[in-house]
Write a protein that binds this ligand. Structure first.
Ligand code: NDP
Length: 292
């Protein structure tokens, strides 16, 4: 004779593309799912699949110990938290909405004042990556809460716990986004120069991919040196970097393509040389960026 286990349950608030994917993953995993969304109609398909739509945010929060938020930003988070009020006491709120590390810290303080625990999350994949263990989300906040709910969080993606500080998950997320956006803009800008010179994006693709594939080797070379504060220059001296960036800049200008970002980059290299780092590695830009 088998004893039926109580059904696992979760509340999910926010049904944009991300929240919809998350609610779907919980339903697929057999969870009892309570939903709330400002625009109720966005819950229709999920309700048809067995989710329960709460009449308001307070009722949604009251329904379960674990409350997952997937909202546009922390302004939206506060609108929901304010509406939930006293129902938040004793809850673990896993906030998967993006914003700055400081806003995550502020939300954690505010929830602590209401007797609730805030776990910050930074989801690193688009909605199509939800429900896949190979995807990853950064988490930070009280480790006991993370341990207690880890299995439920892993229904969504793999879970990468970064530490106690509630700002850490957003910090890791935002530095990843810094890298992503500057890299993508670099690709798009180079493609604009290619196209302005009659080279279609398709023809550029194998060369762009080869350059992108070389980047991890540079990261592996520089990370331990930067950690050790070793900026000794070799073939990567800042003066040589400046000469190279200026050649790129002149090519961009001659192509009639917006050269603003390249001009700024050349200016950064020049500042480094003028500050006496000309013979140092390009990695010394890290110090320059930090104002050292
Ligand atoms: P959306 O902005 O599309 O949707 C977010 C939800 O926020 C909607 O349900 C919306 O409600 C709700 N909302 C916005 N403002 C308010 C408010 N003032 N009061 C109540 N509810 C509000 O975001 P996504 O679903 O795309 O993403 C959710 C979070 O995940 C964001 O923080 C995003 O940065 C992050 N993220 C998204 C990724 C993606 O690829 N989409 C990737 C990684 C992270 P309504 O339906 O009524 O408009």
């Amino acid at each position: 004779m088998s004893v039926e286990q109580p059904k696992k349950s979760v509340t999910l608030i926010g049904l944009g593309p991300m929240g919809q994917a998350m609610a779907g993953a919980y339903l697929d995993a057999g969870y009892r799912v309570t939903l709330w969304n400002r625009t109720a109609g966005r819950a229709d398909d999920l309700v048809a699949r067995g989710a329960v739509l709460a009449p308001d945010a307070a009722a949604a929060v009251a329904a379960n110990d674990l409350v997952v938020l997937s909202l546009t930003d922390y302004d939206a988070v506060y609108a929901v938290l304010d509406a939930a009020g006293a129902e938040l006491a004793g809850k673990v709120v896993v906030n998967l909405s993006s914003d700055t590390p400081d806003r995550a810290r502020e939300a954690a303080r505010r929830l602590a004042g209401l007797g609730a625990v805030h776990l910050t999350g930074g989801v690193q994949v688009p909605p199509s990556g939800i429900g896949r263990p190979e995807s990853s989300t950064f988490y930070s906040g009280p480790v006991e809460a993370f341990r207690t709910h880890r299995a439920a969080l892993e229904v969504l993606t793999g879970a990468d716990y970064r530490g106690d500080d509630p700002g850490l998950a957003q910090l890791y997320y935002q530095i990843q986004m810094d890298l992503f956006w500057t890299s993508m803009v670099g690709y798009l800008h180079a493609t604009a120069v290619a196209e302005a010179n009659g080279i279609p994006a398709d023809a550029f693709l194998p060369y762009a991919s080869s350059t992108a594939a070389s980047i991890p080797g540079f990261l592996a070379f520089y990370a331990p040196r930067i950690t050790a504060g070793n900026h000794a220059g070799d073939v990567d001296r800042l003066t040589m970097g400046l000469a190279s960036v200026e050649h790129v800049l002149h090519t961009v200008e001659a192509s009639g393509v917006d050269a603003g970002a390249l001009r700024q980059l050349a200016g950064t290299f020049r500042r480094g040389v003028e500050a006496g780092h000309g013979g140092s590695s390009v990695s010394s830009l890290v110090k320059l960026f930090k104002g050292e």
